[in-house]
Write a protein that binds this ligand. Sequence first.
Ligand SMILES: *Cc1c(COP(=O)(O)O)cnc(C)c1O
Length: 391
Amino acid sequence: MTQSFYPPVRTLMGPGPSDVSPRVLAALSRPTIGHLDPEFVRMMDEVKELLQYSFKTSNPLTLPVSAPGSAGMEACFVNLVEPGDKVVVCQNGVFGGRMAENVSRFGGQVIPIEDEWGKPVDVDKVKAAFAEHDNVKALAFVHAETSTGVRSDAAELCAVAKENGALVIMDAVTSLGGIEVDVDGWGVDAVYSGTQKCLSCPPGISPISFSQQAVDVVRQRRSAVPSWFLDKNLVMGYWGEGAKRTYHHTAPVNSLYALHESLVILKEEGLENAWTRHHNHHLALKSGIEAMGLSFLVDEAHRLPQLNTVQIPDGVDEARVRSKLLNNYGLEIGAGLGSLAGKVWRIGLMGHSCRIPNVLLCLNALENVLIAEGVELNRGAAAAAASANLS
Ligand SMILES: *Cc1c(COP(=O)(O)O)cnc(C)c1O
């Protein structure tokens, strides 16, 4: 007989999912109620307010898409891009490439801006692209590139798009809750995130927000949105302002309890305090990483605190290191993606994973494994350096 599944105990310090707080897991296991139950609807209104708080927006069209971050990405492009539309797409890692793929699948014309992996989007190249092309409908970029650990300058990129009358589509999957995201202040028109990065929920939900201008663009489309499920005209009837909550699809009731709880936790801590925690714990991790003689892929000025891309020392079997961390320490860190495969590890300090015990566990475990792999290191130096930084 197949038995019940009990997952092993892990500490998740990769590129997501991150550790889920016991409070969120408890919320997930509460009794399922109907998705049109007035009590559920009341909770949904709170989820919306809490998402508005987290995104720093007053957009009425702010809601959790019932599918992972990739579906939030698709929701933005499928609603806003029509055949023939020109979209400037910034690519400096895996996820920018996926944005371009979305634009072309919906018949749009991609104007690509390419930057080296590990570097932020070059604002001057974006300005040049707008100077060269007229009637650009939107600028799309990834705020926090999880594949490289880079933060791009969202405020400046938005300003360039606004000066040129273009919409802004921004990926905030890894940034939301970890570093500042200011949807209204920057003028972002369509933004999507994910639950399993710095919000520390189980994966499978994608918070999104559309500005009034983006909503108007969706309402004035020449053609029907080619996706039924992600058509915001239809979803607005379920989640929209003053909507009668008619049936669109069955909301993932328990997953939304979890999202509600994680957003309550974020609000209790305070957004700014959460950003500061990510920053401080990143600094502690960084001292330990550097004490082991390891270095970062990304220049200090553009590093994401929640995603630390560490260069693998020569001669080290990186996959064996990760499997020893997992098997002997219950610790998951991430491998490099695409052109960075085999070159970097990605150490996440996201949401509930971003805690002092995790910083120390990760440094001690990595140091022990590297010593066992023959790397000459001063045992205990990494945690000592981090501890000095923490106190
Ligand atoms: C994880 C991630 C996604 C995709 O989210 P899924 O939930 O895996 O679909 C998109 N963009 C970025 C920047 C991410 O880190």
